[in-house]
Structure formats: structure tokens, C-alpha cells
Ligand binder design. Structure first.
Ligand SMILES: Nc1nc2c(ncn2[C@@H]2O[C@H](COP(=O)(O)OP(=O)(O)O)[C@@H](O)[C@H]2O)c(=O)[nH]1
Ligand SMILES: [Mg+2]
Length: 394
């Protein structure tokens, strides 16, 4: 009996679909190429879980946080921004976000730093964006200038290599100066001599969640040295000799290694082996330092002073593009008790193109659990899973 053609076609399609189904179920297991390669390979983001304030007794803004002398509960801390006059609009936007969500309740001062004097317009507009005190500081030449031992010709040659490797800002000298200043000099500015804690704020960043406790008091009371929101992989070509220099330094100073270090996080090679290989033994994982809430006593310690001087002499701030983020992170991972490093999961934050966006009724304007609003391949830049794995979510 002849079967009508449409029925034959339908039958063939049905058989084809059945074979495809069986192959999906019983076929070879799919090997993920790496974390974040596809959206399906992402681990569950802890930001999807309901997030509240940190546990323990917190200081509220109901008393002791008034302006000036009334602010008896404020501790020795400042909001801190290195910024250019041309970035005024972005600075105002970041200030408005942080004032709205936090500082209008606690009135911590703002300290602005620049390598050239701030304009009157910059001072006027930023003063208008806060009730708190504002300070405007010029960076001393000897802190900003390229050090005498850096050779201009080698710098220019190195800049070409960085460019070939697509390292952003590689040939922009001021970017190298900025990274060096943020690594080892900002806390030596005379204006910060009597200040212990800071919260670093960059122009154009966003804050999304109401924070109703004194974050600096939290750091102090719970014995925290460093607070972060985002943890990333770095471009290995920007730091090929940072880890080798670090291991040289550690061989000279084994006494600086803290017994509760985060070496496994620093040297992990399981998650992104090629990164570890190209960075010569460093995972490249780092706290993204455009956000940092930290105790400057750590940077002022002998261990960090010696480490920074070693790196500074090695020249990689200019001949490579060592960032303050990996430098700070390596030092913290080696010299500090890792339980003193805190993930501020409750502070909603964005610096293009990454977010920390918790699941909390206190947050508005970001999508819960979203890590990036850029291309999906950026997902693999997330190193938080390794921090959580080796150290935890404290
Ligand atoms: N005063 C001053 N600030 C700078 C300079 N270069 C960078 N910054 C600041 O350093 C921070 C990081 O620079 P940014 O351009 O945001 O770098 P990115 O975040 O790595 O893309 C920002 O707060 C900038 O305002 C500079 O030459 N002078
Ligand atoms: Mg920036």
C-alpha cells in the first residue's frame, strides 16, 4: 500500500527527532570548556540568595552621626577618591549614589586627590553633593612622578609590547603612575596621616542598596582589614613577572607569610589553567580595587612596605602594567589573616562592566545576581567562586 508523501515526511521527521532525543540523553557527556563558557555552565550565584546585613551588633545612624562635632560615633575614616577635574560629572554621579544609599546617614568626610590642583568648579559642585566635610588634596610630585630608576626607552619599548597584547592603557604613562600611587603611595599622603580606614570611590560607579549601618565601625568592631565586592581574573599579559618577583620576595622574607594565608586562591590553576601559566604561577584572581573599604594599617605595615619597595624597584609598574588590584590582593593573600577579608555582599555596586547585585528589598536599580551587563563571555572573568571555595563568604 502506498503511503502518502506528507505522511512519509512526517514519519521521517519523527524518527529524526527520536534519534536526536536519544543522542541528547545517552550520547557522550558534554565537557564544559571552562566556567562561564556558556550561561548553562555558570555556578549558582550566592547573590541570588536573600541577603541581609552582616551578623552581629551594628552601629545605626540614630545618634552620634550628626555633622561636625555632633558626629561623636564616627571613627577615623574617609571616603577617598583619586579623580581628574574632567571627571566631575562622573564623580557627582558616584557621590549622589553613595550619599543616597549610605553617607547622608553617617556623614563621613570625602577626601579628593589629584596630581594637578582641583578647579573651583570641581570643589563647588562636589561640596554641593554632600553635607559632609570635603578635602581637596594635591599629590606631592615625589609620589606621582615616574621614579628615577625607570628608563624611558625601556618604558616606550614595553608599551609597544603591551599594545600588541591588547593591554588597555598600556602606553598611557599616567595610568601606570595611577596604579603605582594606588598600590603604595596614597596612604602616605600627609592629609591621611591620622586616618585609619578609607572607602575608595571612583567616578561613574553605582551603588544600589540602602546600607543602614556604619560600615567603618563594622570593619573595626569585627576586626576586618579589607572589604571587597567583586573578585576577578586579570589579564596575564599585564603582569607576567609580578608573581616571579613575589616569589623572590617571599624567599627573602618567609616570615611575612601569614599562617592563615590565601595562597590556594592566589595560585589556583584548576579553574583557568592558561591564566596561571601565562602569569607564571599566579591565578590572576584579585579583589577589584575600584571598590575597597580597608584599614590603612595593613598598607603601613613593614611587610607591605618591604613588598611594595621590592616591586617598585623591579620596575613592573612601568615595564609591565601591574595594577594596584593584583598588588593589593597578592599582599593580602600572603601577609594577612584571610578571615579578616570581608565580602560586602550587601553593598550593591557597579563599575563598568561588572556588578555586585544582592537579592534584597533594600536594593534598587540593578538586576539581582547579575554579574555583568556586557557580553556573556565576561562571565568567566568572575573569580568569586574560587574565593568562596578556598576562603569562604565571611
Ligand atoms: N587625578 C588623576 N586621577 C587619575 C588619573 N588616571 C586615573 N585616575 C583616577 O584613577 C581611577 C582609575 O582610573 P580609571 O580611568 O577609572 O581606570 P579603570 O577603572 O581601570 O578603567 C579613577 O578614579 C580615575 O579618576 C590621573 O592621571 N590623574
Ligand atoms: Mg574606573
Amino acid at each position: 500500500m502506498a503511503i502518502a508523501r506528507p505522511i512519509r515526511v512526517l514519519g521521517l521527521v519523527a524518527v529524526g527527532l527520536w534519534v536526536f532525543f536519544l543522542y541528547q540523553v545517552f550520547g557522550p557527556a558534554k565537557i564544559p570548556k571552562g566556567p562561564g563558557d556558556t550561561l548553562a555552565n555558570m555556578e549558582r550565584d550566592p547573590n541570588l540568595d536573600l541577603t541581609g546585613e552582616p551578623e552581629g551588633e551594628l552601629w545605626r545612624a540614630d545618634k552620634g552621626y550628626g555633622l561636625g562635632a555632633e558626629g561623636t560615633n564616627r571613627i577615623n575614616a574617609t571616603l577617598l577618591s583619586l579623580v581628574r577635574n574632567e571627571e566631575l560629572e562622573g564623580m557627582l554621579q558616584a557621590m549622589n549614589d553613595l550619599e543616597r544609599t549610605w553617607n547622608s546617614k553617617f556623614n563621613y568626610p570625602w577626601t579628593f586627590f589629584n596630581d594637578v590642583p582641583f578647579t573651583e568648579e570641581f570643589k563647588k559642585k562636589t561640596r554641593e553633593a554632600t553635607k559632609a566635610e570635603c578635602f581637596y588634596e594635591l599629590i606631592p610630585k615625589e609620589h606621582w612622578d615616574v621614579p628615577s630608576w625607570i628608563d624611558e626607552e625601556i618604558f616606550q619599548e614595553s608599551a609597544k609590547i603591551l599594545k600588541e597584547n591588547d593591554i588597555q592603557y598600556g602606553s598611557m604613562k599616567s595610568y601606570h603612575q595611577m596604579c603605582r600611587w594606588n598600590s603604595g603611595l596614597f596612604y602616605k599622603h600627609p592629609a591621611l596621616e591620622h586616618t585609619q580606614f578609607y572607602w575608595r570611590v571612583e567616578p561613574k560607579v553605582h551603588f544600589f542598596c540602602d546600607v543602614d549601618y556604619d560600615v567603618f565601625r563594622y570593619m573595626q568592631d569585627f576586626n576586618k582589614t579589607y572589604g571587597f565586592t567583586i573578585n576577578l581574573y586579570d589579564a596575564p599579559q599585564s603582569i607576567p613577572t609580578l608573581w616571579p618577583e613575589t616569589t623572590k620576595f617571599m624567599a627573602q622574607h618567609p616570615e611575612y607569610l601569614h599562617e592563615n594565608h590565601a595562597m590556594q586562591w592566589l595560585t589556583d590553576s584548576a579553574r583557568r589553567p592558561e591564566h596561571n601559566m601565562k602569569a607564571n604561577g599566579y591565578s590572576t584572581c584579585h579583589f577589584w580595587s575600584n571598590f575597597e573599604i580597608a584599614d590603612m594599617s595593613f598598607w603601613r605595615s613593614q611587610a607591605y612596605e618591604d613588598y611594595f619597595n621590592h616591586l617598585d624597584r623591579a620596575g613592573g609598574f612601568f615595564y609591565e602594567r601591574w595594577g594596584d588590584a593584583p598588588v593589593h590582593s597578592i599582599a593580602l593573600g600572603l601577609f594577612e589573616d584571610s578571615s579578616k577579608i570581608h565580602w560586602f555582599r550587601d553593598i550593591g555596586y557597579q563599575h563598568i562592566p561588572y556588578f555586585n547585585c544582592p537579592n534584597s528589598p533594600k536594593c534598587k536599580g540593578c538586576m539581582t545576581g547579575r554579574f555583568t551587563d556586557g557580553e556573556s563571555w565576561l562571565m568567566k572573568e568572575d573569580c568569586r567562586p574560587n574565593w568562596f571555595k578556598y576562603v569562604g563568604m565571611g
